[in-house]
Design a protein around this ligand. Sequence first.
Ligand code: G3I
Ligand code: 9MR
Length: 633
Amino acid sequence: MQALAQLILPRGKTICTSMRDRIFYIRHIPLFLSTHRKSMIRSVSGFYLIPLLLVVLSCEKKPEIEIHLNQAGFHPLAAKTAAVTGNDISPTQIFHIVNTDSEEVAWSGRATDSGTWPWAGIRTAVIDFTELQTQGEYHIHGGKGLTISPSFAIRNTVYAGLSRAALRAFYFNRASIPLEPEYAGPWARAAGHPDTLILIHPSAVTVDRPAGTTISSPGGWYDAGDYNKYIVNSGISTYTLMVAYEHFPEFFGDLSAGIPESGDGIPDILSEARWNLDWMLTMQDHSDGGVYHKLTSPQFSGVVMPHEDTDPRYVVMKSTAAALNFTAVTAVAARVYETYDPGFAATCLSAARAAWEWAVAHPDVYYRQDKMNELYEPAIVTGEYGDTDVTDEFDWAAAELYLTTGATEYRDALNPEQLTDSLVPNWRDVRALACISIAHHLVPHGSMTGIHDLSPEDRALAESSVNCLMSLAGVLRDEYRSSALQVSMGHDRRDFVWGSNAVAMNHSILLIRAWQLTGERSWLDAALANLDYVLGRNPTGYSFVTGYGTRTPMHPHHRSSAAGNQPDPVPGFLVGGPQSGQQDGCAYPSNLPALSYLDDWCSYSTNEVAINWNAPLVYTTGALHAIFSGKNR
Ligand code: G3I
Ligand code: 9MR
């Protein structure tokens, strides 16, 4: 009967839809016959209509469900789940995982109803096919209803490839250098923003540097889809890349990213981070150790390629937040680059100490753009990265200086109890970064017993840092276990902020740290679940990394993608992701936090890219590859 229906109906269509449609068809049969009185039409229509009627009455309705999963794929040893969403989820429906090449069914099973995921208001069930470990290309077939998932791979190189792509995205966002075809392929472009003549903004004037004088501040990464360079956001981004190497040196030490420095004997992830560190160092005023908050044009540029943006650029006032981010990052650099370039490491350390001194002497110089604009011209309206609580930045900077130097003056600046008052890391909340670094350096992997060998002061720091990480990660794992979508994302409404996808990735970093402290597999599964989320196991149907998945952002708010002549955006970028703030006023498909996403240039609050969003993607994918392939040291 189904075959007959397929003969009658256009390809791909079915009449087995809703009960309302069935009633519609049946009601219209007498009308149809009475309006077609000619005998031939009557007999032909009778020939069709009787079987059609039988089909309508007998066939099953197509289930209105969708299958969402990680569209890039899974490591063979990873937990593997897909989310089925929709109101027609049936506990009896069998799903088949089909090998795309051989068309053979590799796995069959049911989905377990997991309830409604409130952030998308959507009924959800989970297919768990972890046991399928054979490498290949697959898709999931929903049986009679013909629901088919995006295709995906099971391959032991999936996460390594993603980590490489996410790292290469930093290269694509380099200022002051041409991107050569050899490294950038079709996204090659001219150098933009030489940044050798940067004006001192009136807010940044000193005796040595009066208004209108210039400094040279080339290099670094563009922050995001815009072309400005911000110290605060550089801080967490550069840190995350450097500690990815520090935590997983075997994998990241070997990772070749196909950048100009590849093959020079220095790990590519450190060469890429160095590109930004060299710029950050130019942002310090050597006369006092202070650090300018940002280097920017007064307004965001138009949608042009980097070399076409010739607006004047300024460094604006120094801020405590900038000095402390700078301190933390250069202190980490001083230990991470020690073996590769001791001279550079020493430069970083003295820069870190000087910036720390400046911050201690100026503990509350906040960057408040509106206030600054009341006093000085030109007005600056680009990203603010404003923060009026820098107690966490003080903790982070002190921790990194202590870990690098062992000098007790920095340890004494830390209150161990305060470390437990940490949030999921983001550009504004960095205390958890202190916990991550302290736990890594003072607590041997997988064992808490080692901390008894520490001095009482170090033990207090180590215990607080471990408590900080385990309690943050614990809440996230609880959410992962109870969530209908089986993700920690959404443990708090505030997860769906501007840059929500990076919230998911920073959750994963915390969960990976918990795994490294305990060796318990469940932390890893929770970390992986959020990677699945950003790569497609979410109700928008998008994999949020450009170029990686079957449905990926094609119109990110990224000037060098939008203004370039390539149809595809620059690959390897994680876009900001869903959030219901909708600050850009674009027309969104939904107000629900997890569905409020738009793949449109208009949507800078959900579809921009940014260095602080890509860095935790580099970390998470690289760490998971390292762990699954036994390179976790
Ligand atoms: O602090 C409040 C919190 O109290 C409140 O509950 C919450 C409700 O929405 O908002 C919180 O503030 C948000 C803030 O980020 C901190 O999360 C603001 O609403 C939100 O607008 C702000 O978004 C920032 C955005 O710039 C606008 O300033 C993003 O974090 C930040 O990633 C983004 O960064 C931009 C740069 O300015 C310019 N370059 C591109 C980059 C990425 O879009
Ligand atoms: O294009 C800008 C983007 O890179 C920034 O992240 C964003 C932050 O506020 O602002 C974008 O610029 C918009 C401006 O703020 C308001 N007018 C529209 C601009 C985008 O077209």
